[in-house]
Design a protein around this ligand. Structure first.
Ligand SMILES: Nc1ncnc2c1ncn2[C@@H]1O[C@H](COP(=O)(O)OP(=O)(O)OP(=O)(O)O)[C@@H](O)[C@H]1O
Ligand SMILES: [Mg+2]
Length: 266
């Protein structure tokens, strides 16, 4: 038996803000193996982000044990957690969180700057990560010159550039239209299949969860169900079935003037 990437045992999370005390996670037990693609579902306030913050070492459980690749990380201090994040984890967010005045390549290189990787090596790895998500030809573009799906691809490349053991994505298609969501889910499925990278993705959309191999549903801070996806969707296949796009997203339209070199004034 190989060691699971994630092993949560009896995880509790209580937010204590003085006046209010919120019991956000209750006795959560969860194992995730290498190469799995897991969707975490649940209504608003059910504890999904709280769970992701713990998985992502952004926060510590109030009680319980968290082992990552066999190592107990529940008791690590802030600096040690940052170290685990930099070495083992890649994050993808709903709002992309890209630096606006910076090229795609520079955005992707950012985690390597924090990790102290020399410039030439950063460029090499940044380009490789962009190529992995199919954006090699866009490395000099700023986020404002890219479509939503392309921006999320840059964010995924940035998450990949450290060769993490696991990708964590919180509502990565939350702001995207159907086609762009399919595109982004296609990138995740491709990475999961081809590179075997473990993915944990939070969504409140059941049809997005069906791109994963397993769905964990959370309610009131507890795991309500944990089941394999029987009829798994294939994003690449579904994208091909969509009618062709009418307009290939005119570059630079709808942008604030400051980000758009072609525009003067507002
Ligand atoms: N920093 C915090 N301080 C106090 N309470 C919090 C904090 N973060 C979350 N909570 C509470 O913990 C519970 C779970 O919140 P969480 O953000 O994990 O839900 P969620 O499932 O991600 O919801 P959503 O779908 O709206 O993003 C909620 O009752 C929320 O109000
Ligand atoms: Mg949330």
């Amino acid at each position: 038996m190989t060691v699971p990437v994630i092993e949560l045992t009896g995880i509790e999370k209580i937010y204590d803000t003085g006046s209010v005390r919120v019991h956000a996670l209750r006795n959560v037990n969860l194992e995730i193996q290498h190469g799995e693609f897991v969707a975490i579902m649940g209504t608003s306030g059910s504890g999904k982000s709280t769970l992701m913050n713990i998985l992502g070492c952004l926060d510590r459980p109030t009680a319980g044990r968290y082992r990552m690749e066999g190592v107990d990380i529940s008791q690590l201090d802030k600096d040690q957690r940052a170290d685990v994040r930099n070495r083992k984890l890649g994050f993808v967010f709903q709002g992309f969180n890209l630096l606006r005045r910076t090229t795609a390549l520079e955005n992707v290189e950012l985690p390597l700057i924090y990790a102290g990787v020399p410039a030439a090596e950063r460029v090499r790895r940044g380009r490789a990560a962009l190529a992995t998500v199919g954006l090699a030809y866009r490395e000099e573009n700023h986020p404002s010159q890219l479509s939503g799906g392309q921006q999320q691809r840059v964010a995924i490349a940035r998450a990949l550039v450290n060769n993490p053991s696991m990708l964590l994505a919180d509502e990565p298609t939350g702001n995207l239209d159907t086609r762009t969501s399919l595109d982004v889910m296609g990138v995740f499925q491709h990475l999961n299949r081809e590179s075997g990278i473990t993915i944990v993705l939070v969504t409140h959309e059941p049809d997005i969860a069906e791109f994963a191999g397993r769905v964990v549903t959370v309610r009131d801070g507890r795991i309500l169900s944990d089941r394999p996806v029987l009829w798994r969707r294939d994003a690449a296949v579904e994208l091909e079935k969509l009618p062709p796009e009418e307009d290939e997203g005119s570059l630079g339209a709808d942008l604030p003037a400051e980000d758009c070199p072609q525009k003067e004034g507002s």
